[in-house]
Design a protein around this ligand. Structure first.
Ligand code: FAD
Length: 493
């Protein structure tokens, strides 16, 4: 019998996770891998997941994706950050921008200078020092000139899977349509040996990537890996999602609008609006949630809202035996900061960096799992922060405020309250500017800040801050509207 030369990778599932993995693996290891992806048209995909963060751009660069083509094919719009509305209390908004805020010095980050100015009665709003915030609120955008903005995308999830499939299949990924009905394990090693399909086909492999969404057919169904349930920290467990007709030009930011038992999103695409309503079923019933979503949808809803149930948490191991779980199969944290697709992309990148050989996976798996856990816990803490401090009166919000938070987050809040400090270490996704934006936005008030700005005479501090604001205003004035830029960039003029 001819020796098996190629390492066989079987990807179960063809949602965003499955096709992201397929496109990346075939591009970088296509010559040495035999890649098969199986997906079921009858089951379909989760159909949401349309707001991203800037890391998507570096991942796209890894795939050699041309941005204007991607934007056109997925009806994407640009995203400069997230507008948090009514989170602190009804009628109050803050913006979590990409990019940097103000100008930091090596020994003291920008917020210290701004806080010092506030104590002296000038300085304006924190967001006045963020070009991304100002551009977003003015509905202006450009990718590079006159200034490079920190940005990401809003994309059509269904079109995105089709787009990635269009890259992966011609490069050599074999796509199989059909339903997985059983998972065959090797009696000795416990590894997965093959997937059995409804039509009798058997897909044998060396490495299996579980992208079967919340079903988690391989990592949980077959391997019974176990799940860390984080609902005691983040009790939202359902979302209704519906798309609606466009009523106005897309804004370059995601809107996250708090309501009595959670929040709702608005994600503007070129051709439609994505709307969602995230809530905790302990505080609001499905019918009321559905009604509240429909009442808030701008324009005509394009179908009946779909209910999605989820359990916040993560798989005890993302990589177990010869199976790596990606996307919803590996866990889920509510989409408040649009981190799920990022986690898929970063996991695929790490898989590529630590790609295993046939019998040699344990050490790579251990490292992969440790990084995946650190990343997910970091994101979990950041999301909890949005709820922990608030002045909203409803039981959902009061209970959140009273709830204990993980020690790791408690330490960050204490650090900020004590001296206005935030930090980014190791594999942390969120930067100091991100922590600052949400701490300040949610009303975490520092008792003190760094003494260094206190030594600057008021006239000098006022001038320096004024110069920063003037610089932003000058850049803003040169930016085209988001819509005009999109039309031109996508070749639609
Ligand atoms: P799915 O899209 O569910 O794909 C599962 C695949 O497995 C499908 O192809 C299905 O056919 C296949 N499959 C399942 N069972 C079988 C079987 N038996 N046989 C064969 N095939 C099978 N992420 C973000 O980054 N930004 C966001 O704004 C965002 N918003 C979200 C909002 C909500 C309410 C939810 C629930 C998630 C959101 N996410 C978001 C997460 C994002 O949607 C997912 O991370 C992303 O879509 C990846 O999903 P997936 O591919 O893991 O799963």
């Amino acid at each position: 019998m001819a020796e098996q030369k190629q390492f066989r990778v079987v990807i179960a599932g063809g949602g965003t996770a499955g096709w992201v993995a397929a496109a990346a693996l075939v591009r970088h290891l296509g010559a040495s891998l035999d890649i098969t992806l199986v997906e079921s048209d009858a089951i379909g995909t989760v159909g949401v997941g349309e707001s991203t963060i800037p890391t998507a751009r570096s991942f796209h660069a890894l795939l050699g994706i041309r941005e204007p083509v991607f934007m056109r094919e997925t009806n994407a719009s640009f995203k400069l950050g997230i507008s948090f509305e009514n989170w602190l209390r009804e009628g109050v908004r803050y913006f979590h921008p990409f990019g940097t805020v103000g100008r930091s010095l090596p020994l003291a980050d920008f917020q210290h200078f701004w806080l010092e100015a506030k104590t002296r009665g000038f300085g304006g709003e924190y967001g006045d020092y963020s070009l991304e915030t100002q551009a977003a609120l003015a509905n202006r955008f450009a990718t590079a000139d006159p200034a490079p903005l920190g940005y990401a995308y809003h994309l059509d999830a269904t079109a995105y899977a089709v787009f990635l499939r269009g890259l992966a299949e011609p490069a050599g990924v074999r796509r199989v349509e059909g339903q997985i009905t059983a998972v065959e394990r090797d009696g000795e090693s416990g590894n997965i040996a093959a997937l059995l399909l409804e039509n009798g086909e058997r897909l044998a492999g060396d490495l299996f990537i579980d992208c079967t969404g919340f079903r988690a057919l391989l990592i949980e169904g077959a391997l019974e890996t176990g799940y860390d349930d984080w609902r005691h920290w983040l009790p939202t467990d359902r979302a209704f999602a519906v798309q609606s007709e466009t009523t106005e030009p897309p804004v370059p930011y995601t809107r996250a609008i708090a309501h009595g038992a959670g929040w709702r999103w608005r994600i503007p695409l070129q051709h439609r609006m994505g709307n969602g309503f995230v809530f905790a079923s302990d505080y609001l019933d499905d019918d009321a949630a559905r009604e509240q979503l429909l009442a808030a949808v701008p324009g005509r809803a394009l179908f009946d809202p779909r209910l999605i149930r989820f359990t916040t948490g993560m798989r005890k191991k993302s990589w177990n035996h010869n199976c790596v779980a990606l996307g919803l199969a590996s866990g889920f944290i509510e989409p408040l900061e649009s981190t799920s697709i990022h986690l898929v992309m970063i996991a695929v990148t790490r898989l590529l960096q630590n790609f295993p050989r046939r019998h040699d996976m344990a050490a790579a798996a251990q490292r992969f799992n440790a990084q995946a856990r650190a990343e997910a816990e970091h994101i979990r803490d950041f999301i909890i922060l949005h709820y922990k401090r608030n002045d909203r009166p409803e039981p959902f919000w009061r209970d959140h405020a009273a709830r204990a938070v993980p020690d790791s987050l408690a330490a960050r809040i204490a650090l900020f309250e004590e001296g206005a400090n935030a930090y980014q270490s190791g594999d942390d996704l969120f930067r100091v500017d991100s922590w600052n934006a949400v701490m300040l936005g949610q009303g975490v008030v520092p008792r003190a800040h760094h003494p260094m700005p206190g030594e600057i005479p008021s006239a000098d501090l006022e001038r320096a801050l004024g110069d920063l604001r003037a610089g932003i205003a000058a850049q803003l004035a040169k930016l085209p509207t988001h819509e005009a830029f999109l039309q031109r960039y996508c070749g639609r003029e």
